[in-house]
Design a protein around this ligand. Structure first.
Ligand code: F6R
Length: 604
């Protein structure tokens, strides 16, 4: 979703803002702009399209000033256009504003302002923020911000500059991410830490209802009563290199190859000679009646693997829910439940709302999150960090597989605590999980050529059907999502047993079917489904650790190392990520930033 940057210091602001916006590109956007404030005026330059357009129009004529705010916009209210691009001026151009989020009562506010003589230059919800600031301004910007904030409803991260204050940025947030970077004689605001990483690793994360006043030498945070408060400074362990491609053509490919290291970090030091240690997580498996696993997109697919795993080994009922459904469906969740919220970014609006709903109903909430100190991590009762590191490609890869690994770890911990598996099986599974990163690294190296070869063969397909049962169905869901989001090929996943209930009517000569079969007890069943589609002319790619059983019925095969099926879904995921990646590459898509998508979905 939208990206915000801000700089105040001694250097010219424009190049720093453009650099920061480039580092936030992965969040997804369709227009961009900057506002530079100097003693006399605020100058805005903005344009629809990629950042190179903004670089083009600012080259040689960029506004002079050492304080400014910048923005990449992902359209919500009003299509992508120069007028709707941020920043937005107030009526008399005394304020300029950048915004990430949605002002839900903006129509009401438009009427309120129109009745008071204001007119608008854009179709956006954001413009009302700038206008309200002008309307309420009586000599003190903080007071105007507080009055504006009391008037608006919705989610926002806001960066504000005011004419005449050539060394000040104001910032505030609610349900949208925003960090403040602390430099030497210069300070920053940004939607995400990577935007400011070349300049600092020290950050303050403002909470809701706080307002930050940022000048080159100071960051002052005010609480809701306009009292100054002290905030802790966080030192990020990310480096600039984490945000670079390191010789890979795309971040997605780099991140696919980083998976084994990421999973190692997720599991290794949590598996000790005495068993699983999840520090600071309060889990009493004996008191939990039911688990809800709630998430969106790929994180939800990881949750489906978790459901099968936890139910199998910990014998606890697990319900998986899409966060956008959970939050509105009156779920029967309460103090006897554990709600697990899974999120790579920790900022997904629906997942955050689901977390709050679960807590409101008395459930303890455990977050499985990658981004440290993100909103979901901060609001959950307990956090199990996935330690995947920075993920930049919009399509998640290591974010997803580390979620699966974390869920397996959690499932085994619950199983042991509840004594639902033998010590022997527990040790065996832990040993296998611990070996997984190494085997996965070798597998990724080996399977890359196979995936590339198959992509060359199938990249012109118009549809693809992914089928499997149990863990393999969960893997199919993720495989189909990966393929469609980056290659734009229509892809669907079906529980293999469901095919006959309608979908098989779509199968015809040369339909592409990816049949996943790793569960020993379900192999025969999935094999029957593969035979059914093949006899109707489909081309089948089989993914299995039992090539002797299903190989004869497949046109092509991806062979996985043998092992527990839950862990096999990590290998299936990697193979399907590579397959999707090479298909997208063959079709010439914008792999790291697929159309219409955003990395962090901070609006519902
Ligand atoms: C797909 C993808 C998305 C995310 C989803 C949830 O490749 O990345 O489906 O999984 O938007 O995001 P997080 O995990 O950040 O809550």
């Amino acid at each position: 979703m939208c990206g915000i940057v801000g700089y105040t210091g001694t250097q010219q602001a424009t190049p720093i803002l453009l650099d920061g916006l480039n580092r936030l590109e992965y969040r997804g956007y369709d227009s961009s702009g900057i506002a530079i404030v100097n003693d006399k005026e605020i100058e805005i330059m903005k344009i629809k399209g990629r950042l190179r357009e903004l670089e083009r129009i600012t080259e040689g004529v960029s506004p002079i000033g050492t304080t400014g705010i910048g923005h990449t916009r992902w359209a919500t209210h009003g299509g992508p256009s120069n007028e709707n691009a941020h920043p937005h001026y107030s009526r008399d151009k005394s304020f300029a504003v950048v915004h990430n989020g949605i002002i839900e009562n903006y129509l009401e506010m438009r009427d309120f302002l129109s009745e008071r003589g204001f007119s608008f230059r854009s179709e956006t919800d954001t413009e009302i923020v700038a206008m309200l600031l002008e309307y309420y301004y009586e000599g003190d910007v903080l007071d105007a911000i507080i009055k504006m904030r009391n008037k608006i409803k919705g989610s926002y991260a806001l960066g504000i500059v005011h004419r005449g204050e050539s060394d000040a940025i104001y910032a505030l947030r609610k349900d949208s991410p925003l960090v403040i970077g602390l430099g030497e004689g210069e300070n920053f605001i940004a939607s995400d830490i990577p935007a400011a990483l070349p300049y600092t690793r020290k950050f303050i994360i403002p909470d809701e209802n706080e307002i930050a006043l940022i000048t080159p030498d100071n960051v002052t945070i005010y609480n809701r009563n306009k009292e100054q408060i002290q905030k802790p400074v966080t030192i990020s362990d990310l480096s600039v290199a984490d945000a670079e491609k390191d010789g890979f053509p795309h971040f997605m490919l780099k991140e696919i190859h980083e998976q084994s290291g990421a999973i190692r970090k997720t599991v290794h030091d949590r598996i000790t000679p005495d068993g699983i240690r999840l520090d600071r997580i309060k889990l009493d498996g004996s008191k939990i009646r039911k688990i809800f696993v709630v998430a969106c997109g790929s994180a939800y697919h990881a949750g489906v693997v978790g459901k099968y795993f936890i139910e199998k080994y910990a014998r606890l009922e697990v319900e998986t829910d899409l966060a956008s459904e959970f939050r509105y469906r009156d779920p029967i969740v309460g103090p006897d439940c554990l709600t697990i919220i899974i999120s790579q970014s920790g900022e997904t609006a629906d997942s955050l709302a689901a977390l709050r709903e679960a807590k409101r109903r008395g459930s303890r909430v455990l977050a499985i999150v990658n981004v440290v100190d993100s909103s979901i991590a901060r609001e959950a009762d307990d956090v199990l960090y996935t330690r995947a590191g920075l993920e930049i490609a919009v399509a998640t890869t290591k974010g997803y597989t580390t979620q699966v690994a974390a869920l397996c770890l959690l499932g085994l911990k619950l199983a042991r605590d509840r004594e639902t598996i033998t010590q022997e099986l527990y040790d065996e599974l832990l040993y296998e999980l611990k070996q997984t990163p190494e085997t996965l690294a070798r597998f990724i190296d080996d399977v890359s050529n196979v995936a590339q070869h198959l992509a060359g063969k199938y990249y012109t397909a118009s549809d693809a059907y992914f089928i499997g049962r149990g863990y393999d169905w969960a893997a199919a869901l993720e495989g189909a999502l990966k393929l469609k989001e980056i290659s734009y090929i229509h892809a669907e996943a079906y529980a293999a047993g469901e095919l006959k209930h309608g979908t098989i009517s779509l199968i015809e000569k040369n339909s592409l079917v990816i049949g996943i079969a790793t569960e020993p007890t379900l192999l025969e069943k999935t094999l029957s489904n593969i035979k059914e589609v093949r006899s109707r002319g489909a081309a089948v790619i089989g993914i299995t650790d039992a090539p002797d059983s299903i190989g004869a019925e497949c046109d092509d095969l991806i062979v996985l190392p043998s092992g527990n099926s839950a862990f096999s879904s990590l290998f299936t995921a990697a193979a399907l990520q590579l397959f999707a990646y090479y298909i997208a590459a063959a079709r010439g898509g914008d792999i790291d930033k697929p159309r219409n998508l955003a990395k962090s979905v901070t609006v519902e």
